[in-house]
Design a protein around this ligand. Structure first.
Ligand SMILES: *[C@@H]1O[C@H](CO)[C@@H](O)[C@H](O)[C@H]1NC(C)=O
Ligand SMILES: *[C@@H]1O[C@H](CO)[C@@H](O)[C@H](O)[C@H]1NC(C)=O
Ligand SMILES: *[C@@H]1O[C@H](CO)[C@@H](O)[C@H](O)[C@H]1NC(C)=O
Ligand SMILES: *[C@@H]1O[C@H](CO)[C@@H](O)[C@H](O)[C@H]1NC(C)=O
Ligand SMILES: *[C@@H]1O[C@H](CO)[C@@H](O)[C@H](O)[C@H]1NC(C)=O
Length: 464
């Protein structure tokens, strides 16, 4: 089924005409840009064509072409500064042969955050159209990149100063460059590393923790385009790593109803890029909690970072080693967090704890946290006759002190009308636990059949 859908999807994409790139200013004649390709050129045979675009703080808006001769040729002065760290951006598969539109935003974000050289690897020529043949040539692209890196090292850059940011297939290209340098590159960030044809691959063939001194990945579409296994020292699985908030749920429906569909279909996959870009200059932290599975995270079993990270939770962004201070670095740690559906994506995590008196039969309860001006956070619980304590993780774009009200509704089951529920206590606390954050607790009340129970909180956020 997945394969049929995939083939259908690629066919659909290929039928969508390639839109020409828009250059509103229209004066970038001296600035370098991606070499895009077309279906027609593709038929003339794949060419291995890789070019590098250099962006620095001195030419943020106007990329220049960078070659292995740029440093030695006195006739082409370059802004590349060997004493600064270098960020290498590698895009992934390009279904339509067009240029990846988010690269500019990512490069700008990186330059705003740090004084670095940004090298953008343009391999659109090789990365377009048939996914299978793209997968066959990604190592050759990595080999070419490694030749350039060697050149830069001979001009004074250190291997540790390179940070590769690879998107989708670009994550595995980065991984193979790392393999060629025996893991001595400084850092690799995989943004939803590609899954198809890589999940079962040997670590030689895919991104893995031995590829750099620090390897991290952000997973947002691990049931479709992304890889579902951990590939770094730490792996952030956003909202479980599969389906992102605000992205269309049913891919099949979206293919049929919203044609052309590219934007809808890759929404989950691209979320990793948008979240990463946002983390570069966002004021709110996107921290992940180590947990064996998303189910156990949702069940409230993993609300701190004590055991694995001595209390400091890893954070998405440019902090050294994602803020991890333990040594040696652990491997393949799955980290979970929930996000909101738009920038800056940060969510506040709450632990909901419910205690009920014993009941005659199973029943459902729907719990809603409401904050004026924000979407509701909702959680459905299935209460069983033999259990009295329940805990669940919820999240909201606002901190606990900005939650205005809590609403509870008995939803019953398909067959029975909802029965009354005796709530002994319901508590909501924010985690990770920080100072002076008291949980909100309500005790001893009855939730009557099918009626809505609500409570308004009167609270003020403390000044920090
Ligand atoms: C190109 O555009 C930039 C702003 O984007 C402007 O400052 C510059 O003067 C323009 N150059 C030419 C030659 O039009
Ligand atoms: C990119 O495109 C330009 C213009 O079409 C061409 O001159 C140049 O050779 C291309 N570069 C690469 C690396 O293919
Ligand atoms: C630069 O790369 C080109 C093509 O990859 C190669 O032909 C050339 O010899 C290289 N130059 C240097 C100085 O390494
Ligand atoms: C290169 O970067 C170093 C370190 O920031 C700085 O001291 C130096 O002036 C830079 N060189 C050039 C040519 O900008
Ligand atoms: C980052 O900051 C710049 C300028 O301060 C702003 O234009 C951009 O929208 C910001 N990006 C995000 C994702 O917040």
């Amino acid at each position: 089924m997945a394969y049929v859908l995939t083939v259908f999807f690629y066919a659909a994409i290929l039928m969508v005409s390639v839109s020409s790139s828009n250059d509103p200013a229209g004066n970038g004649t001296d600035c370098a840009d991606f070499n895009t390709t077309s279906w027609g050129e593709y038929w003339q045979g794949i060419r291995l064509q890789v070019q590098y675009l250099l962006l620095t703080r001195r030419n943020v808006d106007c990329a220049s072409v960078f070659t292995n001769e740029s440093l030695s040729d006195p006739l082409q002065p370059t802004h590349f500064n060997s004493s600064l760290p270098t960020k290498v951006i590698i895009h992934g598969y390009r279904a339509t042969g067009s240029k990846p539109p988010w690269v500019k935003v990512l490069a700008e974000g990186l330059l705003q955050a740090a004084d670095v050289n940004v090298l953008v690897v343009d391999w659109v020529y090789t990365a377009s159209f048939a996914y299978n043949s793209v997968v066959q040539s990604y190592k050759e692209v990595a080999l070419q990149i490694s030749i350039l890196i060697n050149k830069l090292v001979s001009h004074g850059s250190s291997l540790e100063s390179f940070h590769f940011i690879g998107i989708s297939l670009g994550a595995h290209v980065s991984g193979f460059v790392g393999t060629l340098f025996e893991g001595k590159l400084g850092r690799i960030t995989g943004l939803d590393p590609a899954g198809p044809m890589f999940k079962g691959a040997d670590i030689f063939d895919r991104l893995d923790p031995t590829d750099a001194l620090f390897v991290e990945a952000i997973h947002t579409d691990s049931d479709y385009f992304g890889i579902s296994i951990p590939v770094g020292h730490v792996d952030f699985f956003l909202n479980g790593g599969m389906d992102q908030t605000g992205c269309k749920r049913s891919r099949f429906a979206s293919i049929l109803l919203y044609f052309p569909v590219y934007g809808y279909v890759i929404c989950d996959h691209m979320r990793a890029v948008h979240v990463y870009i946002s983390s570069l200059n966002s004021s709110c932290p996107l921290i992940g909690f180590p947990c064996p599975s998303y189910e156990r995270f949702l069940a409230g079993e993993c609300t701190d970072c004590e055991r694995t990270f001595k209390g400091t939770c890893p954070q998405i962004g440019l902090l050294e080693n994602s803020g991890i201070t333990v040594s040696p670095l652990p491997h393949e740690v799955k980290l979970f967090l929930q996000t909101s559906s738009s920038a800056p994506y940060c969510a506040h995590h709450f632990l909901l704890e419910l205690t009920v008196s014993s009941m005659a039969r199973n029943t459902g309860v729907e719990i809603t946290l409401r904050s004026m001006g924000h979407p509701d956070s909702q959680q459905k619980l299935w209460l069983k006759t033999k259990e009295s304590k329940y805990s669940r993780v919820m999240s909201a774009p606002v901190p606990l002190c900005k939650i205005d009200s809590i609403l509870l509704k008995g939803t019953g089951s398909f067959f029975y009308r909802p029965g009354d529920v005796n709530i002994q206590s319901i508590c909501v606390s924010e985690f990770p636990i920080t100072s002076q954050k008291e949980p909100l607790c309500l005790v001893n009340f009855q939730l009557h059949r099918s009626s809505l129970w609500s409570h308004d909180f009167v609270q003020v956020c403390g000044a920090f």
